[in-house]
Design a protein around this ligand. Structure first.
Ligand code: PLP
Length: 399
């Protein structure tokens, strides 16, 4: 009667959401300050004041009809031009506004791009651990998903493992740096090696392999450089959003940039527009597109996350935990003391620490912490982390 696939997706709500809902219930029971909820990547800081000022100005100056009407399907000219200008200035690579497609967040950017790229029989490579929605999006677009583990401990792409996974049917590889869930930023040397490998395989296969660079965390890098994949590899499509950098996740505003160096870039762009049409996106939210036209260069006060990161990493390493280098985004990927993150997260929950087990990201020995929380949450949680670690140490010593 219904699509079995969609029914299953709707019923099996994501693990992250389930923990978040548990947290809400628990906070109501025992008080918000006694629950240490590190589950969801929902920004904890407000959008910069310029965003609110711009919304008010637009409401006053434009009039509701112009403001709330549909824009062109690919987006309002001023939004596309601003995104192209900002990206060109940051990357040093000229990108025309005509290859920018405004979307309802990075999620819609990814679904439109994947639907544009995938033909029957195509494969999409995901580097694990990966953002769980990639699998949902790629499979919905009709791709066969192939997961390739990143290098143990560093979580960097492993070119030898990727080489083994590439086939003549590989259409795309999704790259996410700064990474969710690990927080790792991929250095230029690693990306160059990956680019060389993809070029070699493109030549061998006689057809393009696209790098889909999912970059909603680009600005959350705490001083570390985040190389631009479009500069390193021609067949690149960028998917991004203002959800995290401007703290606007609920406003659903993002974009696709097709690299001007990509194979048949104009046709690919048209296919992205076609996919957006087929998926019923119509256009990205108009008010937010106009806001972006004025505020794309701004950021929320990301120093708050830098401070959280410092307190959390200092505290956890002092206790004795190991974790992936948390270069960017606002996630920390923590190794379960005995390698069983599902059990570790259960035991953490008993101490009111809400963490996401890494199984749904493809790494069952790690747990993800989102540190986009109040500083007090981290300070309050550290004694519970310490007690939990001691519990494991005691058990180890008794074995
Ligand atoms: N990609 C990654 C890696 C994410 O973590 C998220 C959201 O958390 C998204 C894409 C979707 O972002 P948006 O809210 O802009 O759709």
């Amino acid at each position: 009667m219904f699509s079995e696939k969609m029914l299953a997706l709707g019923k099996e709500s994501s693990v992250i959401r389930e923990i978040f809902e548990y947290g809400r219930k628990r906070k109501a029971e025992i008080g918000a300050d006694r629950v240490f909820d590190f589950s969801l990547g929902n920004p904890s800081i407000p959008a910069p004041p310029s965003v609110e000022r711009e919304i008010r100005r637009l409401l006053d100056d434009r009039g509701p009809v112009a403001l709330h009407g549909y824009t062109s399907a690919a987006g309002a000219d001023e939004a596309r031009e601003t995104v192209a200008r900002a990206y060109s200035a940051a990357s040093g690579q000229e990108v025309p506004a005509s290859l920018v497609y405004m979307t309802c967040g990075a999620a819609a950017a990814l679904t439109a791009v994947l639907h544009a790229l995938i033909c029957p029989g195509d494969e999409v490579i995901l580097l694990s651990p990966y953002f769980p929605e990639y699998k949902v999006f790629a499979e919905k677009a009709g791709a066969k998903v192939v997961t390739v583990p990143t290098a143990a401990g560093t979580f960097l792409p492993d070119p030898a493992a990727i080489r083994r996974a590439l086939t003549p049917r590989t259409k795309a590889l999704i790259l996410n740096s700064p990474n969710n869930p690990t927080g790792v930023i991929y250095p230029e040397a690693v990306l160059c090696e990956l680019a060389a490998l993809l070029r070699e395989k493109e030549r061998e296969n006689g057809r393009p392999i696209f790098l889909v660079a999912d970059e909603p965390y680009r600005k959350l890098a705490y001083g570390k450089p985040v190389p631009f994949p479009t500069r390193l590899y021609h067949d690149t499509v960028v998917c991004s959003s203002f959800s995290k950098s401007l703290s606007l996740p609920g406003e659903r505003i993002g974009y696709v940039i097709v690299s001007p160096e990509a194979a048949r870039c104009r046709d690919l762009f048209a296919a992205v527009c076609g996919a957006g049409r087929a998926l019923g996106y119509v256009c990205a939210p108009s008010l937010m597109q106009y806001v972006i036209a004025a505020c794309a260069d701004e950021s929320a006060d990301l120093a708050v996350y830098a401070e959280n990161r410092r307190i959390l990493t200092d505290g956890l390493s002092r206790i004795g935990y190991s974790f992936a280098p948390p270069d960017g985004a606002f996630y920390l990927f923590l190794k379960a003391p005995d390698g069983d993150a599902a059990a570790f997260c259960e035991r953490a929950r008993a101490r009111e620490l809400l963490l996401v087990p890494g199984g749904s990201f493809g790494s069952p020995d790690y747990a993800r912490l989102s540190y986009c929380v109040k500083k007090e949450t981290i300070l309050g949680a550290l004694p519970a982390f310490e007690a939990l670690f001691s519990e494991y140490e005691t058990e180890k010593n008794h074995d």
